[in-house]
Ligand binder design. Structure first.
Ligand code: NDP
Length: 279
């Protein structure tokens, strides 16, 4: 029944931290061999996910991945990380992987479509069709294929699911001296993709949101930062908190979005950028 207010005396009301638990959930995260993807996969395991499948390009997992997997084993909460070599640009292969995982685990609950690339450039008038396509193939098409792969299994098993598309503040703003036209375009599309999918999948109890980080030091931003002295100071100066973000500053928000603590949140873009887009 519809109630105007919640009932604090209700015996079934869960404790607030229990709502963040991902106990027994099955998750996939793309681009999770390192960087933000690996950090978010770790957070899902720390929140109790039964298993988080990490998809990435290399045939073998990185040393960073192996160290993280060992750390999770030592947590002793029965969560595990699994590595699968996969290319998000291959729609058929990604759909098949989603089906194989759901068949094996008997469910699919959480999807983080995170794999992304940045190809810095300066002159949009010279930008080639190949370069433009290269970025959109991963950042936009690959995100769609990943969300489809998980959403199809969530619908098949009838479990309420949470799909999180990793956008960027570059989907909403740009920079005067480096427009990153392909990257910005690809990320802008992701924000609208989340809204569109949320509308269609709401009746199936599948939530779709985008998560848009600001500048965080990873291998993606390292190329720009290492090659341009003064860029770190400039980005920091532009930010109300006066600094770049850390990968671990996404662990709270990804757990919230993946869990029952956010059951009324869908079709939203969640910004985690130190206030960078606030002015
Ligand atoms: P990283 O470059 O550290 O990690 C991205 C991962 O995606 C890499 O492991 C990469 O593999 C993988 N990947 C690339 N192409 C494919 C593909 N076709 N199939 C599967 N995996 C692939 O970047 P971040 O961790 O920083 O970025 C993660 C996401 O967050 C991206 O979508 C990025 O756009 C977004 N983001 C990042 C921000 C930042 O400041 N760092 C800010 C805002 C958004 P490989 O290395 O083998 O190519």
């Amino acid at each position: 029944a519809l109630e105007a207010t919640s009932n604090p005396s209700a015996t079934l009301r869960p404790k607030i931290f229990d709502e963040f638990s991902l106990s027994d959930r099955v998750a996939i995260v793309t681009g999770a061999n390192r960087g933000l993807g690996l950090e978010m996969a770790l957070a899902l395991c720390e929140a109790g996910a039964r298993v988080t499948y990490c998809l990435d390009l290399p045939s073998q997992p990185s040393e960073e991945f192996i160290a993280t997997r060992d750390f999770i084993k030592r947590l002793g909460n029965a969560s595990r990380l699994e590595y699968i070599s996969a290319d998000v640009r291959d729609q058929k292969a990604i759909w098949q992987l989603g089906e194989d995982i759901a068949d094996k685990e008997g469910r699919m609950d959480v999807c983080v479509a995170n794999a992304g690339i940045l190809r810095p450039h300066t002159d949009c008038l010279d930008y080639s069709a190949e370069q433009f396509k290269e970025v959109l193939d991963v950042n936009t098409n690959g995100v769609l294929y990943t969300a489809q792969a998980a959403g199809r299994q969530m619908a098949r098993f009838g479990t309420p699911g949470s799909i999180i598309l990793i956008g960027s503040m570059s989907g909403s703003i740009t920079n005067k001296n480096h427009s990153w036209i392909s990257y910005n375009t690809s990320k802008s599309a992701v924000l609208q993709m989340a809204r569109s999918m949320a509308c269609e999948l709401g009746p199936k109890k599948i939530r779709v949101n985008s998560l848009s980080p600001g500048y965080i030091y990873t291998s993606l931003t390292a190329t720009s930062l290492d090659n341009q002295p003064g860029l770190l100071a400039k980005w920091s100066e532009q930010n109300p908190l006066g600094r770049l973000g850390r990968p671990d500053e996404l662990r709270g928000v990804i757990t919230w979005l993946a869990s029952d603590a956010s059951t009324y949140c869908t079709g939203s873009d969640i910004c985690v950028n130190g206030g960078h887009t606030s002015w």
